[in-house]
Write a protein that binds this ligand. Structure first.
Ligand code: XUL
Length: 547
């Protein structure tokens, strides 16, 4: 068989599994996606997760992801693409944990190519479901971990984040507390990215620092699991966690099962997987670039950027993860991203085009009316009791006001809660599904007062996984190609849409007494940390009514 000439990035996100085949010479060769709700109705998911009577508990059956992997690889094989892959990497939603029993490692290594993945793997789990990043049910465990490690500041300094509800450490602790017997039967705890990588490589794959630092279990300065943090989470954790790797690295060849069943090139290499946000950093060409920021408008909205040094994380809502070159990245995450936008859009029976048009037509500042879109429990700021809040007399049936309200709130929250990362950026790269919406891009440009760019390829996480795979393979024996040069050849030529901010609109948000101040007052009030924001709203109206 000829050597592979393409790289594969697989992104297992909250709602879908995407495959992107990229050729270093001709860019994206093929992109395909499988949406979980649509393809696997028997799992009963909505937005990729099964409805739960408790809004704080969000678990997913890992077999749904396994089915999706089988179906995506089968389709790539039908198009004769699997045999063209030289190396591949997985991107996945961050923080979720997968619990495997003692049989798992031998089962993975000895799969029978005539059997589908799902039926081969049903017996490798010690827990039937995986808590994912949307789970917020671990506040007591966060409290335990914080107390054991000596307070918020110390947890943040050591692990890059305060103890955080959706992270692996608190999730594992809760499992151990609630079901010590099943914890005892657990031989390996994978993150979702390392789990899917394990399926490709046929062994228990390592966790990379992009994902591994988002666990409250690692020491982000030494790049190793922290004994103190593991002890604070659960007993015997060290032997259950995979190896932690700090830079992109090759795990090994694709497994014989994958070669036989899906026609992969037997020489194809599997590179350590990572979280969707660290992968997006690579997909947007930001590894090693610290003067730009990225905004991802996916199921979650995130703001992130590269850090040459780990720095000090904001205790009120930020994280430090690893970057693919061994450096770091910051990230702030908002749970009410695309699902919140969709709720507003659907409640007025709008199309995305109409939603975008309303944003282009309505005035910056929404006449001092603010909407806090906590449809789901929120991560930043932490809001455990969901519910939409409206201020400044914004009626629920005002379609235009609510559409503008949700988009402005999301952009303002991103800007305010990322202020700790440095000066306001001049340039922002926007990615993921929402980056197709001109109205949303325009609101972000106005609120940030920055030039906004949206790449033609919206799947920056899958793209970044492919870039990581290529980087690891090309630099395997000796340094051959840096991140920037590689990104330039694989992606750089693809066109980008550029939106420039209007100075007048930005003034409405950023001036003293502007809408950012109003928004911050509304948020403080909503989380019980400040007085009624009405005085701010009146001041705003006095200064910006004609806006
Ligand atoms: C990041 C986070 C989400 C998930 C899902 O910290 O929780 O962005 O990675 O995309």
């Amino acid at each position: 068989m000829r050597k592979g000439d393409c790289f594969l990035g697989l992104d297992l996100s909250t709602q879908s599994l995407t495959a992107l085949v990229v050729s270093p010479r001709s860019g994206v060769v093929r992109q395909l996606a499988i949406n979980f709700d649509e393809f696997y109705p028997r799992y009963g998911t909505r937005g990729g997760v099964p409805p739960s009577p408790d809004p704080l508990r969000v678990h997913v059956d890992p077999l749904m992801w396994v089915e999706a992997l089988e179906d995506v690889l089968r389709r790539l094989q039908k198009e004769a693409l699997t045999r063209r892959i030289a190396a591949m990497a997985v991107s996945a939603q961050q923080h979720g944990t997968v619990y495997l029993n003692r049989q798992a490692a031998t089962t993975l290594a000895g799969l029978n190519p005539s059997s589908p993945l799902v039926s081969s793997l049903v017996r490798i789990f010690s827990r039937p479901s995986c808590p994912i990043w949307m789970d917020a049910s671990t506040s007591p465990e966060c409290g335990d971990i914080t107390a054991a490690l000596g307070g918020d500041a110390e947890v943040a300094r050591l692990t890059g984040s305060v103890a955080t509800e959706r992270f692996a450490g608190p999730q594992i602790r809760k499992f151990w507390k609630e079901n010590p017997e099943a914890y005892g039967r657990t031989a390996h705890i994978a993150l979702i990215s390392s789990f899917v990588t394990s399926l490709l490589a046929g062994c228990i794959a390592p966790v990379d620092a992009g994902d591994g630092y988002g666990t409250n279990l690692a020491d982000i300065r030494s790049g190793t699991w922290s004994q103190a943090a593991m002890d604070a989470a659960a007993p015997g954790l060290q032997r259950r966690l995979p190896r932690l790797v700090v830079k992109d690295c090759i795990v090994g060849r694709i497994s014989p099962y994958m070669v036989e069943r899906f026609g992969f090139n037997p020489e194809a290499e599997v590179v350590a997987g990572s979280g969707d946000n660290p992968c997006s950093l690579a997909g947007l060409g930001l590894v090693g670039v610290s003067d730009r920021r990225a905004v991802s408008l996916g199921t979650s909205d995130t703001v992130f950027g590269y850090l040459p040094e780990p720095g000090t994380v904001d205790r009120a809502g930020g994280h430090i993860f690893g970057a693919a070159d061994g450096g770091w990245m910051f990230l702030v995450c908002f749970k009410n991203g695309s699902l919140a936008r969709e709720q507003v859009k659907n409640s007025y029976d709008l199309s995305w085009e109409e939603f975008s048009r309303i944003l282009m037509e309505t005035p910056a500042g929404n006449n001092g009316r603010v909407l806090l879109p906590y449809f789901l429990p929120e991560i930043t700021p932490v809001v455990l009791a969901p519910g939409v809040r409206r201020f400044g007399g914004l009626p629920a049936d005002d379609m235009r006001g609510n559409v503008r309200g949700v988009a402005e709130a999301q952009a303002m929250s991103m800007l305010l809660h990322s202020a700790w990362t440095g000066p306001r950026p001049k340039s922002v790269l926007v990615t993921a599904g929402g980056s197709e919406n001109l109205g949303l891009l325009t609101v972000i440009a106005q609120v940030f007062g920055a030039e906004v760019r949206a790449l033609e390829v919206k799947e920056s996480a899958a793209l970044g996984a492919a870039v990581r795979a290529a980087h690891a393979l090309l630099n395997r024996d000796k340094p051959a190609m840096g991140w920037q040069a590689l990104w330039g050849t694989m992606v750089g030529a693809a066109s980008a849409q550029v939106i420039y901010p209007s100075a007048e609109a930005t003034r409405v948000y950023q001036s003293p007494g502007g809408l950012l101040d109003v928004y911050a007052a509304c948020e403080r009030f909503a989380i019980g940390r400040g007085p009624d924001p009405d005085a701010h709203i009146q001041t705003f109206r006095g200064a910006f009514t004609a806006a």
